[in-house]
Design a protein around this ligand. Structure first.
Ligand code: ARG
Length: 457
């Protein structure tokens, strides 16, 4: 089939070579963006009298028809036409005749493809932000239900100090809040239009780039035509923000997986978000959480992939850049899917409050309370740490916990310990008293949740 750029060629590539170079297999996802960009471009060409009004009208009518077909999934893309840009241009010419060939006046596929990518992210990053926010609301709802649910807090995955379970859940709210901010801030750089840069040097036609920007809803245009067609930093940024988001989701997923084991039993996932085993009838697996944890890998891969594609390319456009798309599409799908699933999983999970309560009453996570108690009574903290450590050891030897230790036993290590120690050692009290700003005290957690709500729309 004749190529739209075939004039200077004496022979055509074989189909398997075409196939290797073609991007239509994946860039057809940009069909609506490509049409949108073309509509703006040709409208601008008309407004600038670069094309006569009647041509513009015909082209716009043709593009409108293609759009209807695209939305209905009726366009048939051909590998022989290489990519989404040439496929659509060819279809337009087939539809309205040679006048369709005027659409590409003052434009190159180089500024066109960069425009499509900007349009793609401009539309979908707000969707990501919306899903993050939705998930944040769900986290808040679970947290509000668990402000006074005492749970073991961990460092090194060893019991550390008792906490409010809501405090733990809210960590993920704040991580997501920063992720959300990063996506929102990145919109500023997505909101720069490359269109009008031409192949790389601008164009001799009296185009109006600001008009195109206005038509497409961009607040800025790239100031340098070579920069406009050669960088993909706005995509790297999206991939990077997504990789970090997936890191956060993956850590949360890991905790969900641990919490739903028989060993922990802190939560139970809803059947709708779990799967069974084909051989072991008793199994209820946290597959969705595992899958999200696993999918973080592809998000990282896509980021590193694009950075690597870009790092050695001289200015300006190089075909290498065609490799920017699949990773972006894949990460977008991964992020949107993971956020949706995670929200449902957390909304429907049941927190096993009795189990958390008993867990925190059968460990040494109140040991810091004893040390702090002694320090408050004037003992140097280092010494208090030592005394407490000895009492913990005594308990371990007897198979009991600090609250079970008789006062007389405690007093053998320090006369400063009095009857009131038992109140101090109660996990509820330990949590309640951690009332420092941002601490796990109930009052602080309730306060934190109120602050969190002000970050939501
Ligand atoms: N399919 C190409 C891409 O995705 C479009 C730009 C092609 N430009 C060119 N001069 N070959 O990068």
């Amino acid at each position: 089939m004749a190529k739209l750029w075939g004039g200077r060629f004496q022979k055509s590539a074989e189909s398997w070579v075409d196939e290797f170079g073609a991007s239509i297999g994946f860039d057809q996802q940009l069909v609506l963006e490509d049409i949108e960009g073309s509509v703006a471009h040709v409208t601008m060409l008309g407004a600038q009298n670069i094309l006569p009004a009647e041509d513009v009208t015909k082209i716009l009518a043709g593009l409108a028809q293609l759009k209807v077909k695209a939305e209905a999934g009726e366009l048939e893309f051909l590998v022989a036409n290489e990519d989404i840009h040439l496929n659509l241009e060819k279809m337009l010419i087939d539809l309205i005749g040679p006048v369709g060939g005027k659409l590409h006046t003052g434009r190159s596929r180089n500024d066109q493809v960069a425009t499509d990518m900007h349009l793609f992210l401009k539309k979908r990053v707000p969707e990501v932000v919306g899903l993050i926010e939705n998930f944040q609301k769900t986290i808040i709802a679970q947290a509000e239900d668990n402000i006074e649910t005492i749970a073991p807090g961990y460092t090194h995955l060893q019991r550390a100090q008792p906490i409010s379970f809501a405090h733990h859940l809210m960590v993920y709210f704040w991580q997501l809040e920063r992720d959300k901010e990063r996506f929102i801030e990145s919109m500023k750089r997505i909101d720069i239009l490359p269109l009008g840069a031409g192949a790389m040097a601008g164009t001799t036609f009296p185009i109006d780039r600001l008009k195109s920007a206005e038509l497409l809803g961009f607040s800025q245009v790239y100031a340098n035509s070579m920069d406009a067609v050669s960088d993909r930093d706005f995509i790297v940024e999206f991939l990077s923000n997504s990789a970090l988001l997936m890191t956060h989701l993956s850590r949360f997923a890991e905790e969900i997986i641990i919490w739903s084991t028989d060993e922990f039993k802190f939560i139970e996932l809803d059947d709708a978000f779990s799967t069974g085993s084909s051989i072991m009838p008793q199994k209820k697996n946290p597959d969705m959480a595992e899958l999200i944890r696993g999918k973080a890998g592809r998000a990282f891969g896509n980021l590193v992939g694009l950075l690597t594609v870009l790092k050695g390319t001289p200015l300006t456009y190089n075909k290498d850049m065609q490799e920017d798309k699949e990773g972006m599409f894949d990460t977008m799908e991964t992020v949107l899917g993971s956020l949706k699933i995670f929200e449902g999983m957390v909304r429907t999970m049941v927190v096993n409050k009795p189990r958390l309560h008993s867990a925190v009453h059968s460990d040494f996570s109140n040991a810091t309370e004893l040390a702090d108690y002694l320090a408050t009574k004037g003992m140097p903290f280092r010494e208090a740490h030592e005394v407490t450590g000895k009492l913990v050891f005594t308990c371990i030897q007897q198979g009991i916990y600090l609250l079970d230790l008789p006062l007389t036993e405690m007093q053998k290590e320090s006369a400063l310990i009095e009857e009131d120690i038992y109140e101090v050692l109660a996990p509820e009290a330990a949590v309640r008293r951690r009332n420092s700003l941002g601490g796990t005290g109930f009052e602080q957690v309730a306060n934190q949740i109120e602050i969190a709500k002000t970050h939501l729309k």
